[in-house]
Write a protein that binds this ligand. Sequence first.
Ligand code: CDP
Ligand code: MG
Length: 136
Amino acid sequence: MNKIEQTLSIIKPDAVERNLTDEIKNFFINNKLKIKDSKKIHVTKDEAAEFYRVHQTKPFYNDLCSYLSSGPIVVMILEGDNAILLNRKLMGATDPKNAEENTIRKKYGISIDKNSVHGSDSIDNAKKEIKFFFKN
Ligand code: CDP
Ligand code: MG
């Protein structure tokens, strides 16, 4: 059954810095995800902290917020059939060492923190995260 969804994707600083933006965008497009909106931004550490608030109790929270705000990122709204799960599948496991073949993190991820992409993990979070970056 068709379930058209939208999800938030972020190309993280390590990937933007290595000029992987177009390659990653094309990977989404070639795998049935439409890019409905996209912008390159540079968030402050406070904004990163708000975005990643679900992780505030984790030991990696502070480094994660510093990292996301360390350079330009590309935030995108992806749309397609089962977009949330499909995007998670295309991203691969959080730690690139464990990521499946032909996933973004396997191909481009450097380490568990510099893992090139973010993707929403549920319908609720997708809505919240899209609103966070694309207030319209
Ligand atoms: O991004 P994903 O949903 O796969 O993983 P997460 O568990 O929601 O963690 C968010 C982000 O925190 C990850 O993408 C990693 O960049 C970072 N992280 C980390 O630096 N060290 C960990 N042990 C776990 C996650
Ligand atoms: Mg997550």
